[in-house]
Design a protein around this ligand. Structure first.
Ligand SMILES: *Cc1c(COP(=O)(O)O)cnc(C)c1O
Length: 396
């Protein structure tokens, strides 16, 4: 069923991609099947030669995944989408399907840990040259992209310091250098920032985060132009097998139905909590893209429609003070996950960003007092009560 293109995002999140069977089920059908049967040998032959469209095998495609992919295209404004078992499978497929030995990749330094590992460690093993730049510094991008390149990978806002990359400016530089631009859009979600509209060629998601948003399943998605998805990405996915489980795809379809409600509520709470934290004596600094004291807040307002669901803050007194605060929370959980309906805090220095080392952390501005706060769906007043009582422990 093709959706009326005039329908708005909230409606697309509920109805997009629905492909009802003859039973007329209300919920999207869960096609928990690995394979498909043909009516006769001729139909199997026609399927394999591509003269008819027929599902072949769930490593290639599955009707429940197709509904999810179509819905994601409709909210992202993308031509085509493939989903994967995890966000990292999506990033890896986007990169590995496009690159070959001798190619050159430029990436922003502030990347999710596993994305950083792929660029710094995995790609060079296959003869791909990689270079990191400070994503906030357009001069560094211009310098790195003054030579031919094949792919640019970036994250904006970044984890955990919420740094932004000027997407239209970097896309223009990348295209001049001959590179495609891949944006990891997890922190902004498809609702608050649409990189394809800002000049990017490919968008990747960890659906594990806001799209599921309820801590249940892992998933990933890659979105881009039909030609690139069909000719470059799909052969890689089909033959290497990072396929998403139909059951997880079904849960992600259900997650999308409430995505706008959840992201809107968490993002509004995050903006309020960022202001609240900035007034607390135990907090030395707050980072939130839509606050006037964010170094790139003008850019944030140009390319995002809200500040997002994550607030990062620094407790005066370093690691000891940060640990005292985290251990005092009654409601807010300690977890390395984010984008969940339950509020969570992370201490990047000792967990998610432990492996990158002290020098790299300093370059990224991740100090031992920094706490990343993923704002959930609790009443914001309860979250602020919890923050207030915990921050009283900071001085020790
Ligand atoms: C979580 C995350 C990933 C990886 O996704 P998984 O689903 O855990 O594999 C990639 N990028 C960003 C920004 C993330 O937050």
């Amino acid at each position: 069923m093709k959706l009326d293109p005039s329908l708005r995002t909230a409606t697309r999140l509920v109805h997009g991609g629905v492909n009802r069977t003859h039973h007329g089920e209300t919920a999207e059908a869960l096609f928990l099947t690995s394979g498909y049967v043909y009516e006769n040998a001729e139909q199997a032959e026609a399927t394999f030669t591509g003269t008819i469209e027929h599902y072949q095998y769930s490593r290639f495609a599955n009707p429940t995944l197709s509904m999810l992919e179509e819905r994601l295209c409709l909210i992202e404004g993308a031509e085509a989408c493939r989903t994967t078992a995890t966000g990292m499978a999506a990033v890896n497929a986007a990169l590995m399907s496009h690159l070959k030995a001798g190619d050159r990749v430029v990436a922003s330094r502030a990347l999710f840990g596993s994305c950083h590992w792929i660029v710094s460690t995995l790609l060079p093993r296959f003869g791909i040259q990689t270079e990191f730049v400070d994503g906030t510094d357009l001069d560094q991008w211009a310098q790195a992209l003054s030579r031919p390149a094949n792919l640019v990978l970036l994250e904006s806002p970044s984890n955990p310091m919420l740094e932004l990359v000027d997407l239209p400016a970097v896309a223009a530089l990348a295209h001049q250098a001959g590179a495609i631009v891949v944006v990891d859009n997890v922190f902004a979600t498809p609702l608050l920032q649409q990189p394809l509209q800002l000049g990017a060629d490919v968008v990747v998601y960890s659906c594990t985060k806001h799209i599921d948003g309820q801590g249940r399943v892992l998933g990933g998605a890659v979105l881009g132009r039909t030609k690139w998805v069909n000719e470059t990405l799909q052969p890689f996915i089909r033959n290497t097998g990072p396929a998403l489980s139909p059951f997880n795809a079904w849960l992600l379809l259900k997650g999308l139905e409430t995505l706008a409600l959840r992201v809107d509520a968490s993002s509004r709470a995050a903006a309020t909590i960022a202001d609240f934290l900035a007034d607390q004596p135990a907090v030395s600094r707050v980072w939130y893209p839509f606050r006037a004291d964010h170094p790139q807040h003008a850019l944030a307002r140009q390319q995002m429609t809200a500040g997002g669901t994550i607030v990062t803050f620094e407790v005066a007194g370093g690691k000891e003070a940060a640990f005292r605060v985290m251990n005092a929370f009654r409601l807010i959980a300690i977890s390395n996950n984010l984008g969940d309906s339950k509020s969570m805090v992370t201490h990047p220095t000792t967990t998610t960003h432990m492996r990158i080392g002290e020098a790299e952390r300093q370059r990224l501005g991740i100090s031992p007092g920094v706490i990343r706060f993923s704002v959930g769906l609790e009443d914001p007043a309860d979250l602020m009560d919890d923050l207030r009582q915990a921050l009283e422990r900071a001085p020790g």
